[in-house]
Design a protein around this ligand. Structure first.
Ligand code: AP5
Ligand code: MG
Length: 200
């Protein structure tokens, strides 16, 4: 469906390295602001546990901590955005993760008459994220949390392919960063200060 009138949706890109706390904070933001939450990583894990063709394809692509292909992830996003076009807004967690994804995302949102409100990044040093992921790995059952090599590789992939996406939003004046170290509630309040400034 094509909607020609520009609609104000609160579309937030929640950014940060693996283990930065994106999922944890997205749950809280979702509740406070009445938004939807889409984690592309979780959507892929759901496909894997269903044993779907998409899940099998993604598992092969992500071996060792690599990214899934842009094509696969954009397919998930396009379907989600079209299905939820009348939402108040969406927190995108773990997407976009490459420049081609960021560029295509603008086109997908434009087709439903909206755009990205802003990106907010959680800044967390590598040693802290490694510690968080190793702790979670004891109970998460996530394959990519189990080995230190895979965790390091996820961080290397973030540095090489994903960090640059912040520049894309900086150039549009849509980038904000908060300190992602502290208690979950402290970090949440920092994020709320940013989101409140976008709501005004
Ligand atoms: P994804 O699921 O997005 O994983 P990730 O980015 O590696 O991040 P995590 O989910 O591990 O961490 P998080 O930032 O959500 O932190 P969390 O809140 O859990 O992606 C997985 C994979 O899918 C990717 O590697 C890639 O292969 C693929 N993929 C996904 N999106 C893609 C895309 N767009 N393109 C291509 N491929 C894609 O917190 C971590 C832990 O720390 C938790 O145990 C939590 O309880 C704890 N914690 C949180 N906050 C705090 C705090 N303040 N203090 C102490 N502990 C805390
Ligand atoms: Mg997550």
């Amino acid at each position: 469906m094509i909607l020609r009138i520009y609609r104000i949706m609160l579309n937030i890109v929640l950014f940060g390295p693996p283990g930065a706390g994106k999922g944890t904070q997205a749950e809280k933001l979702q509740e406070r602001y009445g938004l939807l939450h889409l984690s592309t990583g979780q959507a892929i894990r759901d496909e894997m546990s269903r044993g779907s063709e998409l899940g099998r394809l993604a598992a092969a692509q992500m071996e060792g901590g690599k990214l899934a292909s842009d094509e696969l992830v954009l397919g998930i996003i396009e379907k989600y955005v079209e299905e939820h076009h009348s939402a108040r807004g969406v927190i995108f967690d773990g997407f976009p993760r490459t420049l081609p994804q960021a560029e295509a995302f603008d086109g997908i949102l434009k087709r439903i008459g909206t755009g990205v409100t802003g990106m907010v990044a959680l800044e967390v040093p590598d040693d802290v994220v490694i510690e968080r992921i190793l702790t979670r790995g004891k109970t998460s059952g996530r394959a990519d949390d189990q080995s230190i090599d895979t965790i390091r590789n996820r961080i290397a992939v973030y540095d090489a392919q994903t960090a640059v996406v912040a520049e894309y939003y900086k150039q549009q004046g849509k980038y904000r960063a908060v300190n992602g170290v502290g208690t979950i509630d402290e970090i949440f309040e920092r994020l709320c200060t940013v989101v409140d400034s976008w709501e005004e």
